[in-house]
Design a protein around this ligand. Sequence first.
Ligand code: ARG
Length: 557
Amino acid sequence: MNKQIAQSIAAVLNQQLSVNEIEQLLEKPRTIELGDVAFPCFTLAKTWKKSPVSIATELASQLTSDSIQRVQSVGGYVNIFLNQQKVTQQVLSKILHEKQLYGTNQSSKGSVVLDFSSPNIAKPFSMGHLRSTVIGNALANIAEKNGYQAIRVNHLGDWGTQFGKLIVAYQRWGNKEAITASPIEELLKIYVKFHEEAEQDPALNELARAAFKALEDGDAEALALWQWFRDVSLVEFQTIYQLLGIDFDAFTGEAFYNDKMTSVVTELKTKGLLVESDGAYVVEMEEMPPCLITKTDGATLYATRDLAAAFYRQQHYQPEKIFYVVGNEQSLHFKQLFQVIEKMGYAWAADLQHVPFGMMLKDGKKMSTRKGKVVLLADVLEEAIATAKRNIEEKNPRLPNKEQIAQQVGVGAVIFNDLKYHRLNDIEFSIEQMMNFEGETGPYVQYTYARICSILEKVENPSQHVTFMPLGEQAWPIILLLEQFPKVVATAFEQADPSQLAKFALQLARLLNKYYAQHKILTDDAQQASRLALCSCVAIVLKELLALLGIESPENM
Ligand code: ARG
């Protein structure tokens, strides 16, 4: 719509500003009474050395187009009222025709890699990992909607000195049956015990170092244990991914790069970037601490493996971009990583992007390990699902598929709660709040969708060929919002910001509920077809929004 208007303005201006420049300048008037779109004339006034008011007046008198109803000049602005009939027709028939493909960018683009979730083996799946999982998956969906192929990569923390400790701990206190029954809980227990015991008996640390060395040297027993820890942990992680409905293209964790680091380290050396520092090797950085590449004993680090991973992904997937969806606290790590690659002379360093996010708080405090006591994600999901189940029993006990719907609502609540604020904000975790059917929640959006479905169920599918009528004051903002959807899909990707879609969904649901409160949908009058079409379009877009966020939309709840 803005593009069409910009074109009309460009024509009146004899192309003195490009359509793009004009589109950039277009604004939304402060209130809907002032118009639907406004064009400020202050920039032009400067170049033309004329008053903005006179430019606006002149422009207003000349501007016409099919989709424009009337134009008004107010204090240097050209305020445009759209032709509601035309726009309603355009927007609704487009959505009814394209259905869930509305807003999809169909020009095929390359691929993007998204590194997200990436929990650590033998450790509980933390709230930070939940955030990464939910944000990363939404971004992947949004990338696909924008025409990219999304490659979802799980960079598991499956290598590092902690595995030496775990091996020693297992050999001392491990219980095979217990671990098989409840892997992460038990592995965490012996890991915590290791640290307690090592305080009394520092020799344990030496043993752990030796065990990790054995692992790195390919010792069969150490490797078998490591493989087992990894396998059982993954099984547990998979149940979480299944619940969240997330599939990865690759579980290439840190260990995957064990044999892929030498070439990168050698290249650093030949390019003269590797500097010795007390027996260790580092790359010097501009404006930040040096990036440690190998330790004194020659061992590699997290950063070394990330360096190898970046090269591997670049060669293997040839992506347009790589996103790293990882908490704020690793910002320095990624800055260093990207700068190392830049220093090596690779232009694609510019295509690497850290997508940081804030913390999950409970009662204003960081939610995390308290002496081995952690908030388990699996428990949180379970609690959310149980709450959804109670709500259903209370409000709609005869609902079929209660279990499935409780799961969709409970999980949806957790995901939406995470995505509704900009990712850099810390978020408060409260099951009651995220489940509130009247609040700004996932269940509220899902409920709005289900409500529309139950209306539409009663009638035949609305035809896309009717002539739609404007539906009045309360429907117009809905049409305008629906029209914006493709644009929001694009900016949500450009800014790696799924919250724009969550906010859009809330706004759309709110507007629809307001409309619904004032208008009977099913009354057999001349406007019924148009009202149904409006509801149908809102349902299509709500469902698509939820899907992009990674949330299901039950038709009954
Ligand atoms: N496993 C890491 C952690 O839990 C996150 C890994 C993120 N991805 C990466 N390529 N470094 O902190």
